[in-house]
Ligand binder design. Structure first.
Ligand SMILES: Cc1ncc(COP(=O)(O)O)c(C=O)c1O
Length: 295
């Protein structure tokens, strides 16, 4: 199963702790708390052309994550300047890119407690890499999924770099020749390893409510707005694994995933493997991004 939005092979433009650096000079200490404890938060922003899609929404979520893990507040104005500088370094031929931003609690000799006040600065890393757009056949075929138990912690709403359960679930899916895994908690669908999930049942759009048990996706939020603008009925009550299997259509949403139809779950083919509402919303998303897209 090919990865969607493969990162381009080589070009990466990097900023680390106040400097634009060549990739080979971007060094992080063995005592960085992100490395030692996954003590950090991150964001990923989709770059369409030279536009940072929904930058303000991503930064608002970043501030919430930063506050939740008690990092010092970030200076959003300077982050924006850094992001724009990195994006300006992309080649004209590199039409879509991924911007990755990570902030950790900084570098200090290993000890679980926070470093003493004033003893370290947060590590700030940002990079931009071109991505290969999702192919039309992938959208037309939809992607096959497995389900796994959602055994993550109770604060998945914070976008922390501690993603081992997601990594293990994705690996399990890939080993089974599938695209990704859907987390199920108490019989209810929460989300996928790096995307939110929607289903359509008799014309109504369902997605899990924003509780502590999902990451409140920026794309999820945008898609809900786009659906409302089209007059599509929306239901934000939890939905079960059985209703996923019985749905008319189902799709993933995410920054780089965009709106991606699901074809099957645990070997059970969905009624529409690439449904009309998913395609409509993908088109609307591209329009909002000012992007021609792949449909
Ligand atoms: C667990 C999880 N859920 C949902 C999403 C989708 O969020 P967004 O649309 O902001 O990319 C992500 C994105 O990385 C994620 O990691």
């Amino acid at each position: 199963m090919p990865a969607v939005k493969d990162l381009g092979d080589d070009t990466v433009h990097v900023y680390l702790n106040g400097k634009f650096v060549a990739e080979e000079n971007a060094m992080i200490s063995i005592d960085d708390r992100g490395f030692l404890f996954a003590d950090g938060v991150y964001e990923v922003v989709h770059v369409y052309g030279r536009t940072l899609f929904e930058w303000d929404l991503h930064m608002a979520r970043l501030q919430r994550s930063v506050a939740a893990v008690e990092l010092p507040p970030v200076d959003l104005v300077s982050l924006r300047h850094v992001a724009e500088e990195l994006v300006s370094r992309l080649d004209a031929s590199e039409s879509e890119a991924s911007l990755y931003l990570e902030i950790t609690r900084g570098t200090h000799r290993r000890s679980h407690g926070f470093p003493p006040a004033g003893s370290t600065e947060p590590t700030v890393l940002m990079w931009v890499r071109p991505v290969v757009p999702i192919s039309r056949p992938t959208i037309e075929d939809g992607v096959p999924m497995i389900s796994v138990a959602d055994d993550r912690w109770a604060k998945v709403w914070i976008k922390t770099i501690g993603l081992l359960p997601n990594v293990l679930a994705k690996h399990k899916a890939q080993q089974a020749g599938m695209f990704d895994a859907i987390f199920i908690r108490d019989g209810m669908v929460t989300e996928a390893t790096s995307a939110n999930i929607f289903i359509v049942e008799s014309g109504t759009l369902h997605t899990a409510p924003t509780t502590n048990y999902i990451l409140p996706g920026i794309t999820r939020q945008v898609v809900l707005e786009l659906a409302a603008a089209r007059g599509i009925a929306i239901d934000l009550t939890p939905f079960s694994y059985e209703s996923l299997l019985d749905a008319d259509e189902a799709f993933l949403t995410g920054t780089l995933t965009e709106v991606l139809p699901i074809s099957e779950v645990d070997g059970h083919r969905l009624r529409h493997t690439s449904g009309p509402i998913a395609r409509q919303l993908l088109e609307d998303l591209h329009r909002r991004a000012g992007w021609p897209g792949s449909l």
